[in-house]
Design a protein around this ligand. Structure first.
Ligand code: PMP
Length: 418
């Protein structure tokens, strides 16, 4: 008999048997309010009937139409349909399986298109665990530790994490852009930089909404130096932030490449990069992809996901319920001095725990996270020291379910701090 490798670290001891909407049920029949959405994946809720029906129909028709061998209809239909939600001018799509693979695809495209070697990523960013994506990741030590040397050609610039710096957002953005300018004149000469890669909300690094003015500053510098702007929308895309794409919170900013995964296919493994056709044409044909890329069942599920998002008004719901959740989480923080900051954008809400002298407090965050699970509310932690508890409910969450989640969170906070 084999056993599970300890390489797998699980945030809770819960063993799930089934999922429905915003709920998961364990093997003993206990019900959990799932404010993790499978790390921001099951945006349409667990097992949405329309996603289930589309996948079942596709399974019975064609499961694997290997895309470097033959073409299949779900992939073509999805590509056409993505044209409705992608920003104007971003009209060419390439599929792989996971967020990490798509991130690596975007970097390879940027290197091929510009003929330049370097990529600038930002402190605290998370872009994946595969070797190339891990080389861009600084959300915490565990992704990098013991894994050096990593892929070369990566430079890091500060991210405007205003709360942790103890600055206003404007001060943090001014500092981060000043340091980026210095980097482009020193360690990463601008003429050698292929791309900036940035998350529209810093995700695993601590749930810090990226200030609009920072994205504007990156776009300006990218244009000035012929650098491509890659938006890693793996966690922020598909309505999660209350707009379809996270970068749309920065008016006037359109990235050159959008990386998407997670919410794209409601839980089926599918990811993509999207860019203007002229830019994609500068990539090297055949250099990208893999056996399972653009799987037919995953594409059918993604099509159904887009229908559900549109027909049920889920982007607007994410904006509305996100505000309700943020306001309520902030109200609770007023009673808990160990909470330093509550922030969010749409249905990405983070609560940062601090020690009395203002340092990250991962221990209290861990207690609050575990207490929430014991009360039937599944959450996740993030931040370099695990000091931020994050809420990422499915986009189908209702006002009553938000209120129920907050009531359980209130109990968990009391348990963790008394
Ligand atoms: N980029 C971002 C912004 C992410 O949040 C994640 C996953 N948390 C990834 C990339 C990597 O995606 P995957 O785990 O599917 O490889």
């Amino acid at each position: 008999m084999a056993s599970l490798s300890p390489l797998l670290v699980q945030a809770t001891p819960v063993q799930v048997a089934r999922g429905e909407g915003v709920h998961l049920y364990d093997t003993d029949g206990n019900r959990y309010l799932d404010f993790t959405a499978g790390i921001g994946v099951t945006s349409t809720g667990h097992c949405h009937p329309r996603v289930v029906a589309a996948a079942q129909e596709q399974v019975a028709t064609l499961i694997h139409g290997q895309y470097t061998t033959v073409m299949h209809q779900p992939l073509l239909r999805l590509t056409e349909r993505l044209g409705d939600v992608l920003p104007a001018g971003i009209d060419s799509v390439f599929y792989v399986n996971s967020g990490s693979e798509a991130v690596e695809a975007s970097v390879r495209l940027a290197r091929h298109a510009t003929g330049r070697p370097l990529v600038v990523a930002f402190d605290g960013g998370f872009h994946g665990r595969t070797m190339g994506a891990a080389a861009l990741t600084t959300s915490g030590a565990k992704i990098r530790s013991g894994n050096t040397p990593m892929m070369g050609g990566v430079a890091f610039a500060p991210f405007p994490y205003a709360y942790r710096y103890g600055w206003s957002e404007d001060e943090a953005v001014a500092f981060a852009l000043r340091e980026l300018d210095r980097l482009l004149l020193t360690a990463a000469p601008a003429a050698d930089v292929a791309a900036f890669i940035v998350e529209p909300v810093l995700g695993e690094g601590g749930y810090v909404p990226t200030p609009a003015s920072f994205l504007v500053g990156l776009r300006e510098r990218a244009d000035r130096h012929g650098i491509l702007l890659i938006a890693d929308e793996v966690q922020t895309g598909f309505g999660r932030t209350g707009l379809f794409w996270g970068h749309q919170h920065a008016p006037g900013v359109t990235p050159d490449v959008i990386v998407t995964a997670k919410g794209l296919a409601s839980g089926f493994p599918l990811s993509a990069i999207a860019a203007p056709a002229a830019l994609m044409a500068k990539g090297r044909p055949g250099s990208q992809g893999g056996t399972y890329g653009g799987n037919a069942v995953a594409c059918a599920a993604a099509l159904a996901t887009l229908d559900v998002i549109e027909d049920e008004g889920l982007v607007a719901n994410a904006a509305k319920q996100g505000l309700r959740l943020l306001d309520a989480a902030r109200d609770l923080a007023a009673d808990h001095p160990g909470i330093g900051d509550v922030r969010g954008r749409g249905l990405m809400v983070g609560t940062e725990f601090v020690t009395p002298d203002g340092r990250p407090d991962g221990a209290t965050a861990a207690r609050a996270h575990a207490a929430a699970a014991a009360h039937g509310l599944l959450l996740l932690t993030c931040g370099a020291e695990g000091h931020v508890v994050r809420m990422i409910p499915p986009l189908v969450v209702t006002a009553d379910q938000v209120d129920e989640g907050i009531a359980l969170w209130s109990k968990a906070l009391t348990d963790a701090t008394t």
